[in-house]
Design a protein around this ligand. Structure first.
Ligand code: SF4
Length: 321
């Protein structure tokens, strides 16, 4: 009993340290997970090897920071998504488990460290994401470009997918990142516009749509991708409208997964979408013209990203054949 109380206490302290802005929020309710939210427990030898490489290079991964449910499966296949520019984010989204606060200075060695880890993990396709860096004049665009450049030099055959912040009010930032030529440019909308003020208060829905549209204007060959979580209170028809908005921006690939609440201080889960509902919305996505759609309860932007990229390329080739 004593241990239980101690564990609870230390968990609450950790939450406050990671999310000081949420400390005075009342606890939200927690819904019991349905049977279809099942994940592989981490711990295999291959998983441990990935963990060692990540640690050895002193890297941060979104897999760990976001408490991703797929970590056991992904790391067993060496698929780790690197989170660059530190582990402290300048935004405070209501769904996200990444630590909030004032970030540290950029690590100039990070591009080489990331590239070295990608080589060691023998990744054919890598996903690079970052925290939001509103404190930097360019939002971290130049650093993103340097990381892409270092990977290209170290492992020229590795395809690169980036999952970026929105670079709100950072003029020229998007152009810098696009000119570094990642293979896939991903920027997540996260939720429907009606919920932005509660769920993603620092962001603007139509700015994010415009960002994705601009990527295609700057480089029509670049694949674009975006994702949302469902279960936050959105309605199906709002998701359909969001899909239309993404198609108007010529986005190629949509991912939709179930929102899972990291702690009781985060947004509550409104409901769990059923696997049939996910299947149905995926069918709609293809009907609306996305080249690729991944809609399942455990879909995350970077889940199966390598296999999905191969399918995406094949879908484009078939479309223009
Ligand atoms: S789905 Fe993405 S974030 Fe989650 S463990 Fe896999 S690679 Fe990491």
């Amino acid at each position: 009993m004593v241990t239980l109380i101690d564990n609870k206490k230390s968990h609450a302290i950790k939450e406050i340290v990671r999310h000081p802005e949420k400390r005075n929020r009342p606890d939200s309710t927690r819904l019991r997970k349905p049977d279809w939210i099942r994940v592989k427990a981490p711990g295999s030898k291959a998983y441990q090897k990935t963990k060692e490489i990540v640690k050895e290079h002193n890297l941060t991964t979104v897999c760990e920071e976001a408490g991703c449910p797929n970590i056991g499966e992904c790391w067993e296949q060496a698929h780790a998504t690197m989170m660059i520019m530190g582990e402290i984010c300048t935004r405070a989204c209501a769904f996200c488990n990444v630590r909030t606060g004032l970030p540290l200075a950029l690590d100039k060695e990070e591009p080489n460290k990331v590239a070295d880890a990608v080589a060691k993990l023998e990744l054919k396709h890598v996903v690079i994401t970052s925290v939001d860096r509103d404190d930097l004049a360019d939002g971290g665009a130049d650093h993103f470009a340097k990381v892409i450049g270092a990977i290209r030099t170290a492992t020229p055959c590795t395809t690169i997918e980036i999952l970026t912040p929105d670079f709100l009010k950072k003029e020229g930032a998007l152009e810098t990142v696009v000119s570094a030529k990642p293979d896939v440019f991903n920027h997540n909308l996260e939720t429907v516009p009606r919920l932005y003020l509660d769920i993603r208060p620092g962001a603007r829905y139509f700015h994010s749509i415009r960002l994705l549209q601009k990527v295609k204007e700057l480089d029509p060959e670049m694949f674009t991708k975006s994702g949302i979580m469902v279960g936050l209170g959105e309605e199906r028809k709002e998701v359909m409208q969001l899909m239309d908005d993404l198609r108007c921006a010529d986005v190629d690939f949509i991912t939709i997964g179930q929102y899972l609440q990291p702690t009781l201080k985060h947004a509550a889960i409104d409901r769990f979408w059923t696997p049939d509902e996910f299947k149905s919305i995926e069918t709609v996505a293809y009907a609306k013209g996305f080249l690729q759609a991944s809609c399942t309860p455990l879909t995350r932007s970077s889940h199966h990203a390598g296999d999905d990229f191969a399918k995406l390329r094949a879908a484009r080739a078939a479309y223009f054949a």
